[in-house]
Design a protein around this ligand. Sequence first.
Ligand SMILES: *[C@@H]1O[C@H](CO)[C@@H](O)[C@H](O)[C@H]1NC(C)=O
Ligand SMILES: *[C@@H]1O[C@H](CO)[C@@H](O)[C@H](O)[C@H]1NC(C)=O
Ligand SMILES: *[C@@H]1O[C@H](CO)[C@@H](O)[C@H](O)[C@H]1NC(C)=O
Ligand SMILES: *[C@@H]1O[C@H](CO)[C@@H](O)[C@H](O)[C@H]1NC(C)=O
Length: 410
Amino acid sequence: MAKCWLLLLCLAFLLPAACATCHPDDLRALRGLARNLRGGGAVHLRTVWSGASCCDWEGVGCHGANGRVTVLRLPGHGLAGSIPGASLAGLARLEELFLSSNSFAGTLPDALFGLVGLRKLSLASNNLVGQLSSRLSDLKNLTLLDLSINRFSGQLPDNVFHNLKSMEHLAAHSNGFSGLLPPSLSSLSSLRELNLCNNSLSGPIARVNFSGMPLLSSVDFTSNYLSGSLPLSLADCGDLKSLSLANNRLVGTIPSWIGELDHLRLLDLSNNSLVGKVPKRLTRLKGLVATVGHSPGMVSTNMPLYVKGNRRILGQQPNVISGSRNTIRSGSNNVVSGNDNTILSGNDNVVTGSNNAVSGSGNVVTERNHVVYGSNNVVSGRNNVVTGSNNVVSGGNHVVSGNNKVVTGG
Ligand SMILES: *[C@@H]1O[C@H](CO)[C@@H](O)[C@H](O)[C@H]1NC(C)=O
Ligand SMILES: *[C@@H]1O[C@H](CO)[C@@H](O)[C@H](O)[C@H]1NC(C)=O
Ligand SMILES: *[C@@H]1O[C@H](CO)[C@@H](O)[C@H](O)[C@H]1NC(C)=O
Ligand SMILES: *[C@@H]1O[C@H](CO)[C@@H](O)[C@H](O)[C@H]1NC(C)=O
């Protein structure tokens, strides 16, 4: 009787979410789940999951209006044993399931693929084994799937990814997946992050056509056995920030289109069998350790990228630029050496070499034949043309105009 009054009170006066009496099906499923979970954390859950207001239970989230359980977050909860598929399947409206960093073992229960409303599924860092079921294709609303750091094996099923048009983050790194890359990965048109590193995948990397993934930001295939040349389709991924293909069996040359990837911040092609010359546009990358040839040591990471043959608009981070005839259009705190460079604007640059044009303020310019505009520059060397204010100029044979300058030398 008291329960009924409480329910009426809730319905009449309070927000439904605050009184969330969860749906009887979900309550039954969660109680079953608690019974079937193993590990130290399961004992804890059986204690704290009490009463009938399951929407208030630890790790449980409900739809505000209808009291259906939509979220189950139990990462790092000390859970073990097999994943209780039948109990989970009772949570028919589940959208987010986070079971990462537990000690779940065994294979994935087939019932998991009945949770067709799932948007996010993370099972990372467990001891799960077996092949990935082609029933994955039933989870059409998935935006995130993380299977990383388990002991899954076998081929990634093909013909499952065609259906997963909402997938944004797909990670299955550090497992034992082997065999060929499934071409249906090419259909993941919403994909932003793809991490399959540290598996035993083999065959041509070009089995995946990246052209249809315009949002792709990060690709990590490090430490597999992928072969063939770098797929031209990657050139269509204009948002790519990170490309890690180290420790594979890639052949061919380093294509010049890599230099066209405007947002690239990390490129690691080390330990492959790439041959030939490093394209001109890549030679200015910081950390580019060696040309390829027979050297396995080519690596470039965290580059303050300036690869587009002087056409790049620099971001705000400091760049280190060497080489000749570079044009720096914007950006600060750059260190520039080489000849015939043009700094069109920007502050606090250090410029050495010859025949540079510098504007902006706070630049330090040494050596010869520079043209310097702007203020508060320190110029030394010879034969420089300096205009602007508050410049400090030393050396000889300069042409200096402007105000408040300090000129020493001849
Ligand atoms: C998948 O997402 C769409 C769009 O949000 C939704 O209308 C649909 O009900 C979802 N499917 C399932 C099975 O929950
Ligand atoms: C690679 O995966 C194995 C398990 O397959 C794991 O033991 C190892 O730590 C992983 N290595 C890296 C560098 O992540
Ligand atoms: C890749 O897919 C695009 C369409 O997204 C297509 O135009 C192109 O021919 C494909 N490339 C290859 C190598 O199959
Ligand atoms: C180079 O990559 C192969 C996999 O293709 C791997 O077995 C090997 O350990 C890697 N070598 C280094 C030095 O990382």
